[in-house]
Design a protein around this ligand. Structure first.
Ligand code: FAD
Length: 536
């Protein structure tokens, strides 16, 4: 968590995204949330957490900075999934690190790992604290204590302007990396919704995908080289565009989620900062027609840099939460009926780059969108999405304040089986949550062979039972994903929550191969216990 992140919720503590009164009433009525169900968070002083266990002196002195106050332990105890937020807001933490260590460079990271391996202390690498899969839960495993290893002091930036690559410290947050690169005329182009808080090391450790992944690529596409400090020593890949020298060690480190070691250095491809950005809104006839347009664009290799398609439910709810009621709603309905369209599915298309290139690609996309039956809503709808693209998590805090259970999950499949997956997961969530729930979905990362599906679900939280409600819904969705042979995660990673499904994902031999690598790099098993690999 960055120094200033709201300890019980998302982002800048001073920023609130107000829900319009009409939206509050609509959410309450639709989900059956009582007006007095509001649940404001407890104060940080009221949070109960386990007593800190003693740490060996060698561990205490290995990093330049050690923080062991209750506030720092609380701020590093969780990520930002719904269950994490429930635990924080209600002040019930079952796990917390015994201390937070803040090394200043890769040498100090190595010293910490050596001391922890010798002293039997587990280590949870900590980037921006935005994991939504339990990736930061401070589990000691078989060890006597656990420390959170915060990487925010590793923040170097080195641009190779000729090669268009940048060597970046893992502790840089998205805005810090973009500001530094922007000053040199470059961009990474990686803009996940968690951009404001998440870090370079976290992006690499989780194979993150940004909102502009169709154009710039996922984070793992951008990485050309990296360094990993593991308990067994330093693993380094060359900074080169490509190699045919055997299976890729770079790929092994990407997505390792802190279970093999600490990523201390990441080299990425960058691009010249785009002089032109154009964003537009479109309405597809329905989700199926919209998906066909997305498939067509992806298979022609002509997808806009940002390409999102909401299903009917997400379109309806987004307009409602944005307060698109009354006059605005009537204006939108009138506009659509002029084009013989009622309702439909919202699409956001964004093109970035040199003006000529943007115009050319935009022209192709527009022709395909029209051919697929989509209707343009123009640039104001696109610009409105662009302005609010990091606003969703602030809205989640407001919904939780009202007493709403709100969570997201994602998966991916081939075009041939995407609809089957969409129906299976949607049906499982509705079945688990009951009639008074909202289950909505969008497609935001498209490939020539398939796409990801991103679900958001809401229901009235039952006070004191929120974690059970969440578990039932999450398990139902995960079982449906596994049943349809989709991936358990397209970009949120595995963490603790998805670890039980890794056997279905990679098979028994696959698990054994991953375990063998872990045993070699982390023989004492101190690195992020309980994450990525299932317990048995
Ligand atoms: C509101 C919200 C929106 C989100 N939107 C997106 C999105 O659009 N796209 C997306 O891909 N994800 C998204 N996420 C998930 C999350 O932001 C990503 O997984 C992100 O990459 C995590 O980065 P972080 O720096 O916060 O890592 P953390 O949460 O601190 O850590 C994540 C995992 O990586 C490990 N780790 C962190 N740094 C290192 C390191 N240097 N070396 C080794 N291991 C390390 C941790 O131990 C942990 O297991 C979202 C999360 C939230 C809360």
């Amino acid at each position: 968590m960055s120094a200033g992140m709201k300890w019980w919720g998302w982002g800048d503590p001073e920023r609130r995204v107000e829900l319009p009164e009409t939206a509050v009433s609509a959410v309450r009525a639709e989900l059956g949330v009582a007006a007095d169900a509001a649940g404001e968070p407890v104060s940080i002083g009221q949070v109960s957490l386990p007593d800190a266990r003693p740490l060996p002196d060698a561990v205490r002195s290995a990093a330049g900075e050690l923080l062991d106050g209750a506030d720092d332990r609380i701020r590093h105890a969780t990520g930002r999934s719904y269950p994490d937020l429930v635990r924080l807001r209600t002040g019930r933490l079952d796990h917390a690190p015994d201390a937070v260590l803040r090394p200043s460079d890769a040498g100090e990271v190595e010293a910490v790992l050596e001391a922890c391996a010798a002293g039997g202390v587990a280590v949870v690498p900590y980037g921006g604290g935005t994991s939504v899969v339990g990736g930061l839960e401070a589990l000691a495993g078989a060890h006597s204590a656990v420390v959170s290893l915060e990487l925010s002091r590793l923040r170097s930036v080195e641009l190779d302007a000729r090669s268009l690559t940048a060597r970046l410290g893992p502790g840089l947050t998205g805005p810090e990396a973009e500001a530094a690169l922007g000053a040199l005329g470059a961009t990474l182009g990686h803009f996940p919704q968690s951009f404001e808080e998440a870090t370079i090391g976290g992006f690499a450790a989780t194979r993150s995908a940004g909102q502009a992944s169709s154009g710039y690529g996922r984070f793992d596409d951008l990485v050309t080289g990296l360094e990993l400090a593991s308990p067994a020593g330093r693993l380094r890949t060359l900074q080169i565009p490509h190699t045919a020298a055997g299976p890729s060690l770079r790929e092994l480190v990407l997505g390792s989620e802190g279970t093999l070691g600490v990523i201390t250095d990441v080299t990425c491809r960058v691009r010249p900062a785009p002089p032109t950005r154009v964003y537009e809104g479109w309405i597809a006839a329905d989700f199926e027609a919209g998906r066909e347009i997305v498939r067509d664009l992806a298979q022609r290799h002509e997808a806009p840099d940002v390409l999102r398609l909401s299903d009917e439910e997400e379109t309806r709810v987004s307009l409602e939460l944005a307060g698109t009621q009354g006059f605005q709603k009537r204006a939108l309905d009138a506009y659509l009926s002029l084009r013989r369209r009622r309702g439909g599915c919202l699409m956001i298309c964004g093109w970035e780059g040199e003006r000529e290139d943007v115009n050319r690609r935009r022209g192709i996309s527009q022709a395909r969108l029209r051919l697929g039956g989509a209707v343009s809503l123009g640039r104001s709808a696109g610009n409105s999405w662009f302005r609010n693209r990091y606003g969703g998590p602030y809205l989640r805090d407001e919904l939780m304040n009202l007493g709403v259970l709100v969570e997201t999950l994602e998966t991916a499949h081939t075009w041939s089986r995407l609809d089957e997956l969409y129906r299976a997961v949607g049906g499982a969530l509705r079945g688990a949550l009951g009639e008074r729930s909202i289950v909505m979905c969008h497609v935001s990362h498209a490939y020539p062979d398939g796409a990801s599906l991103y679900f958001t679900f809401l229901t009235a939280a039952r006070s004191g039972e929120e974690l059970d409600q969440w578990r039932v819904a999450k398990s139902a969705a995960c079982e449906a994903i596994v049943g349809a042979e989709g991936t358990i995660t397209h970009h949120h990673a595995v963490g603790r929550d998805h670890a039980p499904y890794m056997r279905a994902e990679v098979g028994e031999l696959g698990l054994e191969a991953l375990r063998a690598v872990k045993e070699r790099l982390d023989p004492a098993g101190i690195m992020n216990p309980g994450k990525l690999l299932p317990a048995d």
